[in-house]
Design a protein around this ligand. Structure first.
Ligand SMILES: Nc1ncnc2c1ncn2[C@@H]1O[C@H](COP(=O)(O)OP(=O)(O)OP(=O)(O)O)[C@@H](O)[C@H]1O
Ligand SMILES: [Mg+2]
Length: 140
């Protein structure tokens, strides 16, 4: 599935699609260069899921934990700053990934050997300052 999103407000088209189709697949990987809009899309998804916590990339850790209005847990990862996969192993990434709770992941390229084989891949391509091309596909 491919979306052309001409401004931030239209991101909810993508969030709705993801939430309607893929809630039974807990690993969602967000790819795209810096500033592509990974965190922005994750915020919109969390909004859809009625997360009351503030959604932002984890700054001092690798993972943030949110709770939805229905009291299910969401984990938001940003692996940008890790230097080796072992750092992810050390925080017990497997326990999060195989918990069955929704895991929203930025910079999964940093942990190629730790990522479960089944995941939803969301590729965000910067087209212009306000426009993004967003491709969604299921892997595994
Ligand atoms: N159509 C759009 N979709 C998403 N973001 C957009 C769009 N148009 C403009 N933006 C802006 O682009 C920026 C994207 O920043 P964001 O932090 O989400 O990027 P990121 O991919 O998470 O980057 P990083 O790799 O640094 O974590 C935000 O300021 C957002 O408002
Ligand atoms: Mg980000």
């Amino acid at each position: 599935m491919e979306f052309i999103i001409s401004n931030v407000e239209n991101l909810s088209e993508v969030s709705s699609h993801l939430v309607e189709r893929y809630m039974n697949n807990p690993i969602w990987v967000f790819n795209g260069e810096m500033g592509a809009g990974k965190t922005t899309l994750i915020k919109d998804i969390c909004d859809k899921l009625a997360v009351e916590d503030i959604v932002n990339s984890p700054t001092f850790s690798i993972v943030n934990e949110y709770m939805t209005a229905e009291e299910s847990t969401i984990y938001h990862f940003d692996f940008y700053r890790i230097e080796e996969e072992k750092e992810a192993v050390d925080i017990g990434v497997d326990e999060y990934f195989y918990s069955g709770d929704l895991c929203l992941i930025e910079w999964a390229e940093k942990i190629p050997s730790l990522l479960p084989s089944e995941y939803i891949e969301i590729n965000i391509i910067l087209q212009s300052e306000l426009e993004r091309k967003i491709r969604v596909k299921q892997n595994g």
